[in-house]
Design a binder for this molecule. Sequence first.
Ligand code: 5HY
Length: 245
Amino acid sequence: MQIRLINPNTTASMTQKIGEAAQHIASSNTDIVATNPRSGPVSIESHYDEAISAVGVVEEVRSDKTADAFIVACFGDPGLMAARELTQSPVIGIAEAAFHMATLISTRFSIVTTLGRTGIIAEHLLQSYGFSHHCRKIRAAEIPVLDLEDNGDLALDRIVEECLRAKEEDGIGAIVLGCGGMADLTEQISERVGLPIVEGVTAAVKLAESLVSLGLKTSKHGDLAYPLPKPFTGIYEHLSEECRS
Ligand code: 5HY
C-alpha cells in the first residue's frame, strides 16, 4: 500500500525526518511518500498558520489520486475534515491518532507540545474528538517548532523536562507528543522519562495501515461526501475542478 504523508509546514528537512520515522515503523509492504506544500508557513505555531496551511493540505490531497491513505502530520490536524471530503482513502490526523492510541494504554494522559500558545488548538481537538476527559493537562516545552530542526539537543532536553513534570504532577499513565517534528524523539524521550510516549506520526501510520487492511474507507454518506461543485475565483480558480478520488 502507499500512504501519502503530508507535512503541512514547508520545512523540507522536517518533512524528510517525519517521512523517515514513518517509513521506519511502517510494514514492509507500505510505501510512505512524504511531501509538504510548496506554499505556506515554514512552521505552524498559531491559528493563522493553521488556517493558511490547511489549503496546502487540501492541494496535496487533490494532487494524489492513487494513495491508499493520507496522513496530516501536524498536531493541529489542519484541513483534516476538508481532506476527508475529497477522497475515499482514509485521512488520519496525527493528533487524533495519538489520542486514540493513548486511551488504549492509559486512562489519563498529558500532552507536551512546542509553544504554549498552540495549546488551545489541541484543547479544541480534544473536545471535537471526544477525548477531553482523558487529557489531564496540555503542557509546552516553550520551544519554537523549528528548534526541533536547528537546536535539537536543547529542544530534546526541554521536552524531557516538561514530560518529567507531567509524570510527577499530573496523575497520568502516558504522554502524547504534540508536534509532528518530534516523530524521531520517541525512544529517547521514553528512555529518559520512564512512561509510555505516544507519538502521532507513528500512531497514524499504524491506524492508516489498519483501515486500509480492513478495507474501511471514508464514508461518502453525510458530511464527508464530496464537496458541492462550484467555481472558485482568483488564486483558487484551480480548485474549481472537481476532485473525487
Ligand atoms: C506541528 N506545528 O506538528 C505543529 C506543532 C504545534 O509546524 N508542526 C508544526 O505546536 O502545533
